[in-house]
Write a protein that binds this ligand. Structure first.
Ligand SMILES: NC(=O)C1=CN([C@@H]2O[C@H](COP(=O)(O)OP(=O)(O)OC[C@H]3O[C@@H](n4cnc5c(N)ncnc54)[C@H](OP(=O)(O)O)[C@@H]3O)[C@@H](O)[C@H]2O)C=CC1
Ligand SMILES: CC(C)CCC[C@@H](C)[C@H]1CC[C@H]2C3=C(CC[C@]12C)[C@@]1(C)CCC(=O)C[C@@H]1CC3
Length: 331
């Protein structure tokens, strides 16, 4: 039986590289591309099948920031599949990022330079929006839409003969100081991206607590800093090209500059092969690249506690009840 793998945000960046690498490395696989743009999804499907004609690749349309779209896509997946072996919760956004150039320059002369360049701590702020569902867009996309998807897919992720896996694309920029249980959507702060990734880390811990007994295992990864549509929103491609000599130099000191989506996918592919029982739920798995361009996976203990994880989980369940009631009454 081929393993069934669902990937959100497969049309570009690390999601796309993950699909290419899995199909190149794995014989028996059914890959389902969960994408918001059907044209791009179909183009990727055709490209993947052209590269490997025996590959089983399908698509499902979903905008993870739109709750009705998530509910509809999950219904379609329940209809199409009896089980999902792996779900990569990868789609993510960082809207209208602002780079604090003064902080960037002063970090170059600080003792913390490697940490700052690996996490962007203090370097970036974003402008979030509110979705048609009334949620903060970064939270809706990076956290809640995916949470609802997982909840809706529970019948396909339940106990079976082999473990089921959730693999979240988080970030090294997830930071406890940017997250508050009183404001999980980060309506008030200026770092919604970091807050959303911290929420992902917490959520993964809570999902393990509630799911491991039923054979469901969750992990978080950071692909490292890559040049993708997301980072081209921070600096345009020509500026990245001009910075390349500095970045190559930085790579000898900071292994987080994976740069290409292929390199960034290292931890995502590595996790595919691991026995979930051997993984630590409190560890983040990081793609890393050496100065000479070799890829490897390293780990980081997450700065969180299980009590906060549980409280966030309950908060998300409550929000889920609320949005389901709203969707029902509007239909
Ligand atoms: N780039 C980096 O340096 C880092 C990225 N990450 C994380 O990696 C993940 C992938 O980002 P990356 O590959 O860099 O960026 P890209 O912008 O290249 O890819 C993002 C993917 O998410 C999809 N997406 C965005 N919003 C939605 C939505 N509402 N519904 C469905 N799909 C959506 C995009 O679809 P579409 O093609 O339609 O736009 C695209 O396929 C993100 O979670 C990001 O936070 C983490 C650390 C570093
Ligand atoms: C000389 C160069 C290294 C200058 C690059 C400066 C900044 C644009 C980058 C320094 C740290 C980077 C970073 C990210 C984006 C680009 C930087 C701010 C991320 C925020 C991208 C998305 C993530 O999930 C985490 C990354 C942390 C580091």
């Amino acid at each position: 039986m081929p393993k069934v793998v669902l990937v959100t945000g497969a049309t570009s960046g690390v999601g796309r590289a993950l699909c290419q690498r899995l199909l190149r490395e794995e014989e028996e696989l059914h890959l389902c591309l969960a994408c918001r743009n059907p044209g791009r999804a179909e183009a990727l499907r055709a490209e993947l099948v052209a590269a490997r004609p025996s590959a089983q690749v399908s698509t499902v349309q979903v905008d993870v920031s739109d709750l009705r779209s998530v509910l509809r896509a999950a219904g379609e997946l329940r209809h199409r599949f009896r089980r999902l072996d792996y779900v990569y919760l990868n789609a993510g956004i960082m809207p209208s990022p602002h780079l604090d150039v003064k902080a960037l320059v002063s970090s170059l002369f600080s003792r913390n330079v490697i940490h700052v360049f690996s996490t962007a701590e203090g370097l970036l702020t974003q402008e979030d929006r509110v979705t048609a569902d009334g949620l903060q867009e970064v939270f809706a996309t990076n956290v809640f839409g995916h949470f609802l998807l997982v909840r809706e897919l529970e019948p396909l992720l339940g106990a079976g003969d082999s473990p089921r896996r959730l693999i979240w694309t988080s970030s090294r920029s997830a930071r406890r100081a940017n997250f508050r249980l009183e404001d999980v959507q980060h309506r008030e702060g200026r770092e919604p991206y970091s807050s959303s990734k911290y929420a992902v880390d917490l959520l993964s811990v809570a999902l393990n607590r509630h799911g491991n007994g039923q054979g469901l295992f969750s992990s978080v990864v950071c692909p490292g800093t890559m040049l993708t549509n997301l980072t081209y929103g921070i600096l345009p491609p020509f500026v990245w090209t001009l910075l390349m000599p500095f970045i190559w130099l930085m790579r000898f000191f900071a292994n987080a500059f994976t740069l290409t989506p292929h390199n960034g996918a290292e931890a995502l592919v590595w996790l595919f092969h691991q026995k979930p029982e051997s993984l630590n739920p409190l560890t983040k798995y990081l793609s890393a690249t050496t100065g000479l361009g070799s890829n490897y996976v390293t780990t980081e203990k997450m700065d969180l506690d299980e009590n906060t994880a549980e409280q966030l989980y309950r908060h998300l369940l409550e929000l889920e009840r609320h949005v389901r009631a709203t969707v029902r009454s509007a239909d």
